[in-house]
Ligand binder design. Structure first.
Ligand SMILES: Nc1ncnc2c1ncn2[C@@H]1O[C@H](COP(=O)(O)OP(=O)(O)OP(=O)(O)O)[C@@H](O)[C@H]1O
Length: 196
């Protein structure tokens, strides 16, 4: 990690259990992440990876346990969180005005698409736009739910390179993914180990 940049980020989960409907999905999930750390959330469909991501960013209340964080959290999931009716540039600018100038260094190859309304973007282009929105937010803690879905080999590698650059700046990444990840020093948390 480069000294002096984005230091102090922290994300910790303590004995988290998740209940959806009348079903406990998982229990006993604990971890602590420091600047530069990356955690891969693994497990089969429906086990609760997206639910855990939502708990970590405060969108879902844990059934048990608690989350502590230091540093702004940025989320990328299946929704790009961009106005479908705006040209991509305007949709990204909306968040830029709210978030202020973020890292903005990740290249997701969007230069030729900035005048295209978000609704006309392809699946992969929309995914890249959502990742670019997250990367530009300046959030020190990235929560990525299936970031490689819809991306071809080139942009899948670019997304992972962006995560590595974020970590090198002292950022933290939590990644729910079915696909193998090529990240360095990657910790893995399998929700299969936390069934009730
Ligand atoms: N609002 C809800 N009410 C009740 N059950 C829900 C709700 N949202 C999700 N679930 C259930 O919670 C379980 C976990 O869903 P979740 O999306 O967290 O799993 P996942 O591991 O991310 O799955 P996938 O790998 O398919 O994306 C699923 O059985 C799902 O049907």
């Amino acid at each position: 990690m480069q000294p002096g940049l984005n230091n102090g980020a922290r994300l910790a989960a303590y004995d988290i259990a998740c209940r959806r409907g009348d079903r406990i999905l998982f229990k006993g999930v604990s971890f602590e992440l420091a600047p530069g750390d990356a955690l891969h959330l693994a497990g089969p469909n429906g086990i609760g990876k997206s639910s855990l991501i939502r708990i970590l960013c405060g969108l879902l209340r844990p059934y048990h346990g608690h989350v502590e964080s230091t540093g702004q959290i940025a989320l990328s999931d299946e929704r790009p969180a961009l106005d479908m009716h705006l040209p991509l540039q305007d949709a990204l600018d909306f968040w830029q005005r709210i978030d202020g100038a973020g890292e903005g260094r990740a290249d997701f190859g969007l230069e030729n698409l900035l005048d295209v309304p978000v609704r006309y973007l392809s699946t992969g282009q929309r995914k890249r736009a959502g990742l670019a929105r997250m990367a530009a937010s300046g959030g020190r803690i990235w929560l990525l739910d299936e970031p490689l879905n819809g991306l071809d080999t080139h942009w899948g590698a670019a997304a992972q390179a962006a995560v590595e650059a974020h970590r090198a700046m002292g950022g933290i990444a939590v990644i729910a993914s079915h696909q193998p990840l090529g990240l360095s020093r990657l910790r893995t948390l399998s929700l299969l180990d936390h069934l009730p």
